[in-house]
Ligand binder design. Structure first.
Ligand code: NAD
Length: 336
C-alpha cells in the first residue's frame, strides 16, 4: 500500500501540468457520470457538530472501492486552519487490500471544480461568456483554473467580503488565461453575466443570490451550500428554477433543495448524455459533492502512482511470503 501525501500530489501535478491535470480530471468526472450505472451509489454518512461536519463518502465499481473522509468547519479560518481537509483510502475489490492512502484536500478542490465544469460545459447548452464567482476562498482558484481551460475567452467577475481573499485570488490567477474583474456588488452585476458560481462558506442558511435581483435565465452553480442548514441561495429563486442534482437522495438533505421545491429536477448523469436546452427560467446546479467524483480523482492518482513510483511511500511492509507472520514484521529480537 502506498502513501500519497500532499507533496506527492503537488509533484504529480507539476509533472503533468496544471491545465492538463484539470482537463484530464474534468474528463474523468464526466465519464463517471456517463457510466453512472457501473457504480454503486449511496449518500454520504455525516456526523454534524455545532462547528461543522465530518463525512464519509464511499464509492465503488466492479474493480475499485474508494472512500473519502472529509470535514467542513467554516469557522476554522479564524484559527488559521483550512475549512476543509480530506483523506482517501483506495482498495481493490477482488482481495479487499487497501492500495493507497491519499491526501484529499487538494484533490477535493480539483474535483469540485471539475464537477462544476462538467455541469457548465457538458450538461447545459447556454453559451457562457461572462461568469461571476462569489466566494474566493480555497476552492476558488481551482474553479478559475477550470474556467480558464474549458472557457478560454470567458470574462470573470469576482466578489468576496474579505479583501485578503480577493488579494489572494488575484495573485493566484494572475498567470491564468482569464480576464478577472473585481466587483463590489453582486446585485449590480448579476444581470450582466451568463452564469454565477457560488463558493461561500457559512454554517447557516444565507441568500448570497436573492431571487428579486435576478431578471434573466441565469445558469448557477451553487457549490458552497452542502449540508443541512448550510445553504446559499434564496429559496424563492429555487422555486422558479430548474435544478440539477448529483444524487437526489443526498441533495434533498444537504443541498439548496432542502429549503424549497424546484420547478423541475434534472439528474447530472442524464444531463451529460442529453444536455439541458436554454430555458426561460434559471438553471441551478445544486452541487453538494458526490462520491463518484472522488472515485474519479482517486483512480487518476492511482494510475499516476504506477507512473511515478518515486514520488510515493510504502505504508505496509511486504508480507507476501508469510502473510500470517505479522509479528516478525516488527523486527524485534525477543523479550529482555
Ligand atoms: P473558504 O472558507 O476557504 O472560503 C470561503 C470564502 O467565502 C471566504 O473567502 C469568505 O470570505 C467568503 N464568503 C463568506 N460569506 C460570503 C458572502 N456573504 N459573500 C461573499 N463571500 C463570502 O472555503 P472553501 O474551501 O473555499 O469552500 C467554500 C464552500 O464550498 C464551503 O462552504 C464548502 O463546504 C463548499 N464545498 C462544496 C463542495 C461541493 O462539492 N459542493 C466541495 C468543496 C467545498
Amino acid at each position: 500500500m502506498f502513501v500519497v501525501n500532499h507533496q506527492s500530489i503537488s509533484l504529480m501535478v507539476h509533472a503533468i501540468g496544471m491545465q492538463k491535470f484539470m482537463l484530464d480530471l474534468v474528463d474523468r468526472v464526466l465519464q463517471s457520470y456517463v457510466h453512472w450505472d457501473e457504480y454503486d451509489h449511496q449518500p454520504r454518512q455525516a456526523c454534524y457538530y455545532p462547528q461543522g461536519v465530518i463525512e464519509l463518502m464511499p464509492s465503488s465499481d466492479h474493480q475499485w472501492h474508494g472512500v473519502k473522509w472529509i470535514n467542513c468547519h467554516p469557522e476554522n479560518v479564524k484559527l488559521g486552519l483550512p475549512t476543509i481537509v480530506g483523506l482517501g483510502v483506495w482498495s481493490s475489490v477482488s482481495d479487499g487490500m487497501p492500495q493507497m492512502i491519499c491526501d484529499m484536500t487538494l484533490l477535493t478542490a480539483f474535483r469540485t471544480a471539475a464537477a462544476t465544469g462538467v455541469f457548465l460545459k457538458y450538461a447545459q447548452k447556454r453559451l457562457l461568456q461572462n461568469i461571476m464567482m462569489i466566494g474566493l476562498g480555497a476552492q476558488s482558484d481551482f474553479h478559475a483554473l477550470m474556467l480558464s481551460v474549458l472557457f478560454p475567452n470567458v470574462k470573470l467577475f469576482v466578489y468576496d467580503i474579505d479583501l485578503k481573499a480577493i488579494e489572494k485570488f488575484m495573485k493566484n490567477t494572475a498567470t491564468m488565461a482569464i480576464q478577472v474583474h473585481v466587483i463590489d456588488s453582486v446585485e449590480m452585476f448579476v444581470n450582466q453575466v451568463d452564469a454565477v458560481i457560488t463558493l461561500t462558506a457559512a454554517k447557516k442558511k444565507t441568500a448570497i443570490l436573492e431571487s428579486k435581483w435576478i431578471k434573466k435565465p441565469l445558469v448557477i452553480a451553487a457549490v458552497g451550500g452542502d449540508s443541512p442548514g448550510k445553504t446559499e441561495i434564496d429559496p424563492a429563486l429555487i422555486e422558479r428554477s430548474h435544478v440539477v442534482v448529483q444524487f437526489l437522495e443526498q441533495t434533498e438533505k444537504e443541498g439548496e433543495i432542502q429549503n424549497a421545491k424546484a420547478l423541475k429536477i434534472h439528474h447530472l448523469y442524464q444531463a451529460v448524455k442529453s444536455p439541458i436546452e436554454e430555458l426561460e427560467c434559471p438553471l441551478i446546479f445544486d452541487s453538494v459533492g458526490f462520491a463518484i467524483e472522488d472515485h474519479a480523482v482517486m483512480r487518476y492518482i492511482w494510475q499516476m502512482v504506477q507512473n511515478y513510483p518515486q514520488l510515493v511511500m510504502k505504508f505496509f511492509p511486504d508480507l507476501h511470503q508469510q502473510p500470517k507472520d505479522l509479528w516478525q514484521s516488527i523486527g524485534w529480537g525477543g523479550c529482555e
